[in-house]
Design a protein around this ligand. Structure first.
Ligand code: PLP
Length: 364
């Protein structure tokens, strides 16, 4: 078990320590990656190794390009329609809207074509509408969904079967937390900053036959064909962020790959959901059980709609114990435990123990 605390070589900090170690002198060449030309042989090696690691970890088929772009997940909300909405004449796309991020993506796509939300509008984001109720438009250029809604804690544990339609998914907050059958998708994108590195770089995995169909107004840096043709070096890429991603991918590989990340994420999230479900309603998670996220667990404290004073106390005490960033997103309130790849089982056990202790002290 690579995750026991006794296996220090696999601790998350080793990525940061390696980056620190190499900060002034990368691999004996006397300069930092921060100083390196993106056209140098040394940087080419970094990009190629990063791409190969991704291909290996996700078993990416050869007819897919891997791109490293700037602009974040939000940049892809524009890039996806700019590149793909013109695949079919009608310039229309199907969107499944299950939370804040897919809602934003759908709104952005409306600038470039017609957006069909495939199900009745949800008044709160706590479930995935039953697939049998989706009305997919046969002339849509693609079907879009967000695999893990970071704010609302709603995660797809299945890949929607969209038959012939090109499937596009935002995996920004659960990328590389489990194996994925890439061949089922036309395009997958993910910002690096949650599970595979730091802010600044976004991974796009796109099937080759979808390239070259961009709208003429597509900015050149967002044009997948241009970036693919230039090995993501059409313009200066986020070099240091790509290098950090390389270190994280090596870490994931050394820790057993995507299967191990999945196993770990299931163990970690079960620990927290178990405390919630055995708390007699003191803690409550609004999300339907079958789509509860392994990555982001939103919950309220005290009563179903949340006792804000008690939640503040929960956060203050947690912070004193060194547990930070537990505040829920401002649009939903309450608490949110994010359990990305870098959060260890031990970290999660500490949180679960704290939740049990807090329950004992404060239950009515
Ligand atoms: N998609 C998802 C699922 C996210 O969680 C986020 C950010 O948290 C985004 C997109 C937006 O990413 P960015 O801030 O890199 O633009």
């Amino acid at each position: 078990d690579h995750y026991s605390s006794s296996t220090k070589p696999y601790c998350w900090n080793c990525v940061l320590l390696q980056a620190q170690n190499e900060l002034l002198d990368y691999s004996g060449i006397g300069i930092s990656v921060l100083e390196m030309s993106h056209r140098s042989a040394d940087f080419s090696k970094i990009v190629n190794t990063t791409e190969n690691l991704l291909r290996e970890l996700l078993n990416i088929p050869e007819n897919y390009k891997v791109l490293f772009l700037q602009g974040g997940g939000t940049g892809q909300f524009s890039a996806v329609p700019l590149n793909l909405i013109g695949l079919k004449e009608d310039r229309c796309a199907d969107y499944v809207v299950t939370g804040a991020w897919s809602a934003k993506a759908a709104k952005e796509a409306e600038k470039y074509g017609k957006v069909n939300v495939v199900h009745a509008k949800l008044d709160k984001y706590t479930n995935i509408p039953d697939k049998s109720s989706w009305s997919l438009n046969p002339s849509a250029s693609y079907v879009y969904y967000c695999c893990n809604e970071t704010v609302h804690g709603v995660e797809f544990n299945f890949i929607p079967d969209t038959k012939e339609a090109v499937l596009v998914s935002d995996m920004s907050s659960n990328f590389l937390s489990r194996p994925v059958d890439v061949s089922k998708f036309g395009l997958i994108f993910a910002g690096a900053q949650k599970n595979i590195g730091c802010a600044g770089v976004t991974v796009v995995i796109v099937r080759e036959d979808l390239l070259g169909k961009a709208l003429k107004e597509c900015p050149i840096v967002l044009d997948y064909q241009v970036q693919a043709g230039n090995n993501s070096l059409y313009n200066t890429p986020p070099c240091f962020s790509i290098y950090i991603m390389k270190l994280v991918l090596e870490w994931i590989k050394n820790n057993g790959g995507t299967e191990a990340m999945e196993n770990l994420s299931q163990k970690k999230s079960s620990l927290i959901y178990d405390v919630i479900s055995s708390s007699n309603g003191f803690y409550s998670c609004p999300v339907d059980v079958d789509c509860r996220s392994r990555m982001n667990i939103p919950f309220r404290v005290g009563k179903r709609e949340g006792d804000e004073a008690l939640e503040k106390l929960f956060l203050d005490k947690a912070s004193k114990l060194g547990m930070i960033s537990l505040k829920g997103h401002r649009s939903v309130g309450g608490i949110r435990a994010s359990l990305y790849n870098a959060v260890t089982l031990e970290d999660t056990e500490v949180l679960a123990a704290y939740m049990k202790e807090f329950l004992k002290e404060h239950q009515p």
